[in-house]
Design a binder for this molecule. Structure first.
Ligand SMILES: Cc1cc2nc3c(=O)[nH]c(=O)nc-3n(C[C@H](O)[C@H](O)[C@H](O)COP(=O)(O)OP(=O)(O)OC[C@H]3O[C@@H](n4cnc5c(N)ncnc54)[C@H](O)[C@@H]3O)c2cc1C
Length: 387
């Protein structure tokens, strides 16, 4: 596996173990069937509890049966999962960083006791409802709202593009509390079997096909006030979760890139044209050199981010830089690798085109490439250019 400047030499034993066990899991449990799932538009649901058993959901959190591994170990895990498929990493990212993290960071003791153990084992599945049909890049304009009625809240609204919503037991729904002054954004834990909740599946995706995506419809849904996340108010709630997930994506996207690169490297040595392997052509070597270099630069960035996160110095803007760069690099690597495989490259027998199509979603979700440019632009100049 590509590790050109020996970053792996500095891993701790625990980090190496987690990397290897995730790599073996992907090799044995994911790769054999993933192309079929991709074609069928299904997620390998039988892997959900298995991934829980392996400790793949929020292993960087502490307590409630969670192992509190290093931030680098968590990143390496995301990378190995995405080397299998971005849909697999998305499942673990949503469950861990977007559902378990807010409950862990902002939930009551009762909420933590109820949900964290079973989300950690995969006995329960969660989803994160922020995006709405009319509000994607600007979620603060959300229309979903809650009104207090006695000791309950009544929720109304619609969320869309929600990973896992059709198979979720609980949704972390972000909405405005219309009963409070200034209508702050609050997080609500909404069990999906409550009256008035619908979770229609979105079909006909041409990207991230091995991942279940749906809507969340909320029609006069009543939740007790105990279901509100007590520890956070305002956009800081959802945005802090996104920072956690984007950190994992910055690592993960390079996993897809590495898998595509390795496929192209091997193919170029196996495929003969004009009397020998295509790897002997300078044009092909130039592509491999560029891909390996960009991959390595992306790796250096996320390894550095892990250190900053560990010591509490990581800023959301650092994560924006890494998400923006590494997904872009991965997208280019997947496309170049696809080209190097010629006609075979457009089939599901090889991974690059699947990764290439998946990375279109990764480029768009969790803040589009453009939005991360604007976040960096604001940080660098002090001038916001969002409006
Ligand atoms: C497969 C998939 C899974 C997803 N999973 C989830 C999930 O689990 N939970 C969830 O809440 N959301 C999820 N999303 C939603 C995702 O986060 C949004 O699609 C994303 O934030 C972009 O919003 P939008 O699609 O409405 O695009 P828009 O915001 O309408 O953007 C359209 C285009 O305009 C550009 N643009 C927007 N604003 C500006 C600006 N100010 N300046 C310059 N350009 C701008 C964008 O970069 C983009 O190119 C998922 C999306 C997909 C595709």
């Amino acid at each position: 596996m590509l590790d050109y400047v020996q970053l792996e030499a500095d891993l701790s034993d625990e980090e190496r173990l987690i990397q290897q066990s995730a790599r073996d899991f992907v090799e044995n449990e994911v790769k054999p069937d993933i192309a079929e799932h991709y074609i069928e538009g299904t997620f390998p649901k039988e892997l959900i509890p298995e991934m829980g058993e392996m400790g793949f959901y929020a292993p960087n959190l502490e307590g409630y049966g969670l192992p509190n591994v290093s931030e680098k170990a968590y990143g390496l895990l995301m990378q190995e999962l995405e080397a299998g498929d971005s849909g697999l990493r998305s499942m673990a990212s949503v469950q861990g960083a977007l559902v378990m993290y807010p409950i862990h960071a902002y939930g009551s003791e009762e909420q933590k006791d109820e949900w964290l153990p079973k989300l950690g084992t995969g006995e329960a599945v969660g989803c994160f409802g922020l995006t709405e049909p009319e509000h994607g890049s600007n979620p603060s304009a959300m229309e979903t709202h809650a009104e207090r009625d006695g000791d309950e809240y009544v929720l109304n609204g619609a969320k869309t593009w929600i990973t896992n919503s059709p198979i979720s037991d609980v949704a972390v729904v972000w909405g405005r509390d219309r009963s409070a002054e200034d209508n702050p954004v609050r997080g609500f834990l909404v069990e999906t079997d409550r009256d008035g909740v619908t979770t229609n599946k979105l079909d006909e995706k041409l990207s991230l096909r091995a991942s279940i995506t749906g809507e969340i419809g909320l029609n006069d849904v009543r939740v007790p006030e105990e279901n509100v996340l007590p520890g956070v108010e305002g956009m800081k709630g959802p945005l802090s979760c996104l920072t956690q997930a984007r950190y994992g994506i910055a690592w993960g996207a390079l996993g897809a890139a590495r898998d595509a690169f390795e496929e192209a490297r091997q193919y170029s040595k196996d495929r003969d044209q004009f009397g020998g392997p295509i790897a002997r052509f300078q044009l092909q070597q130039g592509k491999l050199a560029e891909m390996a270099t960009q991959f390595t630069l992306g790796q250096l960035l996320v390894h550095r981010l892990a250190d900053l996160k560990e010591r509490g110095d990581l800023r959301p803007q650092h994560v924006s830089m890494a998400k923006r760069n590494n997904v872009d690099v991965a997208r280019d690597i997947a496309r170049t690798s696809r080209g190097m495989l010629g006609g075979n490259g457009i089939t599901a027998d090889y991974s690059p085109m699947r990764h290439m199509a998946n990375l279109e979603t990764v480029y768009t979700y969790e803040g589009t490439h453009d939005i991360h440019s604007l976040i960096l632009g604001q940080d660098l100049t002090g001038i916001a250019a969002f409006e």
